[in-house]
Design a binder for this molecule. Structure first.
Ligand code: FAD
Length: 461
């Protein structure tokens, strides 16, 4: 790659090209996960689809490794790469809500908080995840689970259309009516098929919710996990409720006598009135010992969506392991509790996110995301601010996963995987959809230009 080629590339962008010699290079390359330290050769801060086309063509011509960065939240840092070109979409932030059709057009650099902010004004929301700084692009392309999932499905189940720059530089719109094979693959197949520049989502009426965390002492975890397991299938779908094995944060307003102690939590959001929400939670709360605290109350949905943001600032060390979970036998619960008790840091956690309800009403082969007969998506996350704790986080996460995996399904949510999974893990994740994904990959990206991701290799034809 000559300096001249790079300069020509730079001049053809409306956005900025950042080089390793630029003063803000380290800031620009920093990822959400402080455990990952990648040094790209160039970062193209694209501001529109034209910039993205130019950057994809440049990477192809120069045979540069290419990474696509949405929100930069990915666990193994797949929004960046060493010694290649990063297409950084973080400047592309437009959100346009159409209150008539209840749809929202979202640029690929938006976080879920950007979209929630825009839709909330219209009393609407799209199902996204539980931390508002997460990028919409990576979350959506991997599937997307959150508080609204039981009622309205995964984020991809609410995707109507995506604008995509393909490996050969062509710009296409994928939907049920156009490039339907690409649209199928984008819904769960990650960043394998092109650079999405804009998404069109279906939104739903959501404004005030009855929501918040309920925490119990670790000694009650067994009773709470069993009760939660039995309660969930009976709970109304308006209630999104995930279970966590975590610690009570050592900060106000948490009760001081519990600071830093391991605990069990159910964190819920009921889309409806406080009275209906209380009624929805009652069967669970009546079946278990009194909690340390129950902070559920009527709050704006946007407040719930950003509830965790303050606990998880950019730059912490994260090590992720995931699985899909069909059932939680008593023995699995005992194993979870024993492993969670060994957590190497206060922030380390295990979460079980429901993927029942509306998720199951879409057929397994209707989108690339195929784990629709599971009940939860499990994540074990070793988290700490101190980089010297990285090995301890990994050791704990791997041991915990190894102990509980025999109770779980073979595959895992691609957005909860690092890049050290065993061979065959992606095939297990996509099941019968894998071969079709590899064919779509061969059609749209035959040379595997888009390979910095949970990679699906093009099927040889
Ligand atoms: C604190 C935290 C909380 C989370 N909570 C949830 C949750 O509640 N629910 C949930 O489902 N997930 C959750 N996740 C996981 C999250 O979905 C993934 O980390 C996801 O990869 C983040 O997307 P991003 O755009 O921020 O990531 P990036 O690192 O920018 O990109 C991730 C991947 O997506 C690809 N990609 C990004 N943008 C594009 C694009 N425009 N076109 C094509 N490919 C693209 C990249 O190539 C890369 O492979 C959470 C993550 C964190 C760190």
């Amino acid at each position: 790659m000559t300096d001249e080629a790079t300069t020509t590339f730079e001049r053809s962008l409306r956005g900025r090209l950042i080089r390793s010699t630029d003063a803000d290079y380290d800031t620009a390359r920093a990822l959400y996960n402080g455990m990952i330290d990648k040094r790209p050769r160039l970062i193209a801060r694209c501001v529109d689809a034209a910039d993205v086309i130019t950057a994809v063509n440049f990477a192809g011509e120069q045979e540069l490794l290419l990474a696509i960065r949405g929100g930069g939240h990915n666990g193994p840092g797949l929004g960046s790469c060493d010694d290649g070109l990063v297409i950084d979409l973080s400047m592309m932030k437009s959100v346009r809500v159409d209150p008539e059709s209840r749809t929202v057009r979202v640029d690929a650099g938006c976080t879920s908080g950007d979209v929630d902010h825009a839709t909330h004004a219209f009393g609407l929301a799209v199902p996204f995840g539980i931390v508002s700084t997460t990028g919409v692009a990576g979350l959506t392309l991997g599937g997307g689970t959150g508080y609204l999932t039981r009622k309205y499905g995964l984020t991809i189940d609410n995707l109507l259309e995506a604008d995509v720059v393909l490996a050969d530089g062509r710009f296409v719109t994928a939907s049920r009516n156009q490039h339907d094979d690409l649209f199928w693959a984008l819904r769960g197949g990650g960043g394998n098929f092109g650079v999405v520049t804009s998404f069109l989502f279906q939104a739903h009426p959501v404004k005030m919710v009855y929501a918040g965390p309920v925490f119990w002492e670790a000694t009650d975890a067994n009773a709470v996990m069993r009760a939660y397991r039995d309660f969930l299938p009976t709970a109304p779908e308006e209630l999104g409720a995930f279970l966590g094995l975590k610690a009570v944060p050592s900060m106000d307003p948490f009760p001081r006598e519990h600071w830093g102690k391991r605990a069990c939590a159910v964190i819920s959001s009921y889309n409806g009135s406080a009275e209906d929400g209380e009624n929805a939670m009652a069967p669970l709360l009546n079946a278990v010992p009194p909690p340390i605290f129950n902070w559920m109350s009527a709050i704006p949905f946007t407040a719930m969506q950003s509830l965790f943001d303050g606990f998880f600032p950019k730059g912490l060390q994260w090590y992720w392991k995931g699985d899909f979970v069909k059932a939680l036998p008593d023995e699995a619960i005992d194993t979870h509790i024993a492993q969670a008790a060994k957590a190497p840091s206060e922030l380390s956690l295990m979460h079980l996110y429901p993927i029942d309800g509306a998720v199951r009403r879409t057929a397994k082969d209707a989108t690339a995301w195929s784990a629709r007969d599971a009940t939860w998506s499990m994540v074990i996350a070793g988290i700490d601010a101190d980089p010297s704790r990285a090995d301890a986080l990994k050791t704990w996460g791997r041991a915990y996963w190894k102990a509980v995996h025999p109770f779980n399904l073979d595959g895992a949510y691609v957005n909860f995987m690092m890049d050290d999974e065993a061979d065959g893990r992606l095939q297990a994740t996509y099941g019968d959809n894998y071969a079709r994904l590899a064919l779509v990959k061969a059609k749209y990206d035959p040379t595997n230009l888009f390979r910095v991701n949970q990679n699906i290799e093009p099927m040889a034809t």
